[in-house]
Structure formats: C-alpha cells, structure tokens
Write a protein that binds this ligand. Structure first.
Ligand code: ZN
Length: 269
C-alpha cells in the first residue's frame, strides 16, 4: 500500500453548499452572535457536531486578526474535525455587522469555513479562491442582489474551489503579517506570547518554516509591495504581479529577487 491518498478536488462552491447552509436575512448584530447563528445552523443540519467548540475556535481566530476582507465581506474560519470536505456556512445580512474591517464597512456577506486540520494547504487554497472572486465588485453585487438563498447558491457556482496537495501559490498573508508584527515588538508580554503561539499553531508548517528562514536571513519575512516595489529589497515588482497584489491585498506573493513574501496590506493588527 502506498501512503494514504489526499484526493484533490476542483468543484464549484455551489457543490459544497446546499441551500440549507445559507442563512439569508441574518439576525445577529455582533460578530459573536453572527458566528453563533451560522454555526447553530450547521449543527441543526448535522454538518458540525460540536457547536460550542466551533464557535470558540472561530472566535479565537477572529480575535487574533479580524477576517473581514473589506467591502462588506468576511471569512471567519477555524480548523475542526469535519471529515473529508471543508464545511461552509454562508450568511447574508441586510444592514451588515461591524467586523472590525479596515475600511470600517459593515459586513453583509459572511463565508464561515471549518476544515480538517489534517489537510495542510487546504485553507490557503480555499481562501485564495474565495478572495480572488469576492474582491470583484460586480460579483459581490450579484451576491447582494440575489433574490433568495437558492438564487445566491446559483451565483456561488462561479467560485471554483480547487485543492491540489502540492499547489499553494496564493496564500493568506493576514496571519503571517500579524505574527511578524507581534514578534517585532520584542519583550513579549504573556498575552502576546499566547497570541504568537496561537498564530503559529494556525499556520501550515511549510509556511512557518519559510517565514522563520526568511526572518533569519533578512530580519523580516513579509514586506509591503507599496508603489510596486518590494519593501524588503527595493526591487521593482513585475507589472503583472503588482496588479494582482493590488486586486488581492490580503494574499501573499513572493519577491523574485529577495524571496520575501510581499503583499499589499502589511498593516496587520
Ligand atoms: Zn524583494
């Protein structure tokens, strides 16, 4: 027997989300209530069997750095033992919830995601696919204007969720930036130490390995791409890469010269 296979998949998001998993007209008024509302729904349709653990994990992650992307979208998430496929809950909120987004915009579209911890790289891949699509204003508008949960699900068919165990080219940089900012402050307090430990647990080991190696080499691992220049080595980034960075400021790219991670938004928390 060969090693256990980790099957790849490439499906439209609508294949992973039934109408039951969509909560249209959410009632919550806070992030925690919103997470509870979505998780309670997942529990009622038996996709999550321990709602309180799920809420706790999602909120722990949320406290490390808000998962709001800006433009009224948030992707709260946590690793949980949920079986082979990632589990989504999607919520739509008429007025929006204050998620602590950098642009202060209330969040109207929530994509809550829990997934198997044994699948390294999976989250980064899902996150990249979601973010790329959700950063598109006209696509968001279609989700906001969908007339009901069924219609909303049909719009989601345009998001492809693919996962190949070896392809992790576009990665969520929010946590890595938060980690770098925390570690930069030096003289950590116990509260900071705990945050650092939690973030390190949350990140894939391959990313952490690369992060630590870059830090050792250069002092910093994540640099800003402001003005189209790598903030680490001052090299001009390619136009193609810079335009992708501007479109997706939360994703990590790699500077072709110094190898640092570069991203559009390194303000972190
Ligand atoms: Zn560079």
């Amino acid at each position: 027997m060969s090693r256990p296979s980790s099957p790849a998949f490439d499906v439209p998001l609508s294949d992973l989300v039934t109408v039951d998993q969509i909560v249209d007209c959410m009632k919550a008024t806070t992030v925690k209530d919103g997470v509870e509302e979505l998780v309670a729904n997942l529990e009622s349709i038996k996709l999550v069997d321990n709602a309180s653990t799920a809420v706790k994990r999602v909120m722990e992650r949320e406290k490390l750095a808000p998962t709001a992307l800006g433009s009224g979208v948030a992707i709260p998430h946590a690793r949980m033992d949920v079986g082979e496929k990632p589990v989504f809950a999607i919520g739509r909120h008429l007025e929006g919830i204050d998620f602590g987004a950098l642009d202060d915009q209330p969040v109207q579209l929530i994509f809550l995601l829990v997934w198997q911890p044994e699948r390294p790289g999976l989250f980064n891949q899902l996150f990249a696919n979601l973010v790329t699509k959700l950063n598109n204003a006209s696509f968001r508008q279609r989700l906001i204007e969908a007339k009901d949960a069924k219609d909303l699900r049909d719009v989601l068919a345009a998001i492809r969720i693919e996962w190949m165990s070896s392809s992790a080219t576009a990665l969520d940089g929010t946590m890595l930036t938060a980690l770098q900012n925390l570690e930069k402050e030096g003289k950590e307090t116990p509260a900071q130490d705990r945050k650092i430990a939690l973030i390190r647990q949350d990140l894939d080991s391959s990313i952490l390995w690369r992060y630590d190696r870059l830090k050792k080499l250069h002092g910093t691992a994540v640099a800003s791409a402001e003005g189209g220049v790598c903030g680490g080595c001052s090299m001009q980034l390619s136009h193609g890469m810079y335009s992708e960075i501007q479109k997706n400021p939360q994703l990590l790219f790699v500077c072709e010269r110094c190898g640092r991670f570069v991203m559009g938004d390194v303000s972190g928390t």
